[in-house]
Write a protein that binds this ligand. Structure first.
Ligand SMILES: [Zn+2]
Length: 129
């Protein structure tokens, strides 16, 4: 499978792929757009940046359980609408991603992450060493 994100890896990349799939379902039905419309494209880019900077890194809990509120109110509202709409509609087109997400959601939130766990810090460490 080709990578959905140029910068994310592992669990974060899978998470990003899940968000992207949800946004595609949402946009198609609500914005009558075959590919993501520009608003949704912008929101997806925002989500990618947040995943990149998530202090939990690959240990990240699912967003709705996360104690760190990293989204701005506007984007948070938009993303909530996407999740609410697409969550129940994910199982048929994306069974593996949705089951993974449901299982992940039942896990406990990991304890506070140490510094330097985000994908971004690891990326930077790699590029400077
Ligand atoms: Zn859209």
């Amino acid at each position: 499978m080709s990578k959905a994100s140029r910068i994310l890896n592992g669990a974060l990349e899978t998470e990003f792929r899940t968000v992207k799939a949800m946004m595609e379902i949402y946009c198609k039905q609500n914005h009558a757009s075959e590919k993501l419309c520009s608003d949704c494209e912008a929101l997806l880019l925002y989500a990618e940046t947040k995943l990149d900077r998530c202090p939990y890194g690959e240990n990240k809990p699912t967003c709705n359980k996360c104690p760190i509120h990293c989204y701005k109110p506007e984007q948070k509202q938009q993303m909530k609408a996407v999740m609410r709409y697409s969550g129940p509609r994910m199982l048929i087109p994306h069974p593996i991603l949705s089951i993974r997400h449901l299982l992940h959601e039942r896990r406990d939130v990991p304890k506070k992450p140490e510094a330097g766990q985000s994908n971004r810090s690891k990326r930077k460490a790699k590029s400077t060493s």
